[in-house]
Design a binder for this molecule. Structure first.
Ligand SMILES: C[S@@+](CC[C@H](N)C(=O)[O-])C[C@H]1O[C@@H](n2cnc3c(N)ncnc32)[C@H](O)[C@@H]1O
Length: 291
């Protein structure tokens, strides 16, 4: 006898539930994106994902999510716009200065013992944080032996990061952050101001490699002494956070450092027993396992 498959059918209703239909359309949209571009957004935090998709709808002047699907499938340039919308790129120089101060006070002493220092800056957005780190390394005499790999999955942001040119109107705020982070010189020593813009000095750039990397599907980096990843994991669900944290663990040397900043934490993650806490409030951890 052929077994019968029980499929759950929904009773027909003349007035469809709009939220349910939107959820279905989003599911199909995410499948189309994965099928066509191999980007899996299904483990992004639901609320922010829906909000960003809605923003994208408005900007593209489309009526519903279903209308986005053929555009995603047949217009790669539309996918680029979508990706830009999905990636929140808010950042600043010496953002949350006390995090940088803790890094300087609690991590650099150990980094000084290495002849070469490998650093992975994951989710670097437009690069402001990376240049801040390079400035601090320079002030501690560590920049010349450091190699920073700064990665993001947003190519548009990476281009801005590579240029290292920022609006001069932000400089007062950045100078204040730099001082709070324990800056030892003058922030003006690190950029050249021209026509309303500040261009970061080339000697900082020489030690930074900007590269495309998707935390969801790409490989780990090898032999890292320090990994920084701030304000990125908040956009992922618990499963994806754990997957990315395992990737960080694999990428670090034994006794390497992981900096998550004050919005994210290893608490309740699958990595809690593999790290010890170095700075509680700034969420700086040191790897203690040998994986
Ligand atoms: C809010 S910014 C954080 C920038 C910086 N780390 C900071 O804290 O100022 C978040 C960044 O994470 C990046 N991002 C999001 N999902 C990603 C993924 N799957 N792989 C790589 N980068 C991702 C975004 O493109 C964006 O540039």
């Amino acid at each position: 006898m052929i077994p019968t498959t029980k499929t759950k059918t929904k009773a027909y209703s003349p007035r469809p539930d709009e939220d349910e239909i939107m959820a279905l359309e989003i599911k199909l949209l995410l499948q189309a994106i994965e099928f066509r571009y191999d980007y899996d957004f299904s483990h992004y935090a639901q609320a922010s994902l829906t909000r960003r998709i809605n923003n994208c709808l408005k900007k593209a002047q489309l009526n519903n999510v279903a209308e986005m699907i053929p555009k995603i499938l047949y217009q790669p340039e539309f996918f680029e716009l979508f990706l830009k919308e999905m990636s929140v790129t808010v950042t600043e120089m010496f953002r949350d200065p006390l995090v940088f101060k803790a890094l300087r006070d609690k991590v650099f002493t150990q980094l000084k013992t290495y002849s070469r220092i490998n650093i992975w800056h994951a989710g670097c957005a437009t690069g402001e944080e990376v240049y801040s780190l390079a400035i601090m390394l320079k002030e501690e005499g560590l920049l010349n032996r450091s190699q920073i790999y700064a990665t993001d999955f947003n190519n548009h942001s990476l281009k801005i990061a590579e240029q290292g040119i920022y609006k001069a109107e932000k400089i007062t705020e950045y100078t204040h952050n730099y001082q709070q982070a324990g800056g030892k010189a003058s922030f003006a020593d690190y950029y050249q101001a021209k026509h309303g813009y500040a261009k970061m000095h080339n000697d900082l750039k020489e030690h930074i490699t900007f590269a495309h990397h998707n935390l969801i599907k790409d490989q780990c980096f090898a032999q890292m002494h320090l990994i920084l990843c701030r304000n990125v994991l908040i956009y992922f669900d618990k499963n994806l956070q754990n997957k990315v944290l395992s990737l960080f663990n694999k990428s670090l040397i034994h006794r390497g450092y992981l900096l998550l900043g004050d919005k994210e934490s290893l608490e309740f993650s699958n990595q809690i027993n593999n790290f010890e806490t170095i700075a509680k409030d700034q969420r700086i951890y040191q790897k203690i396992n040998y994986e």
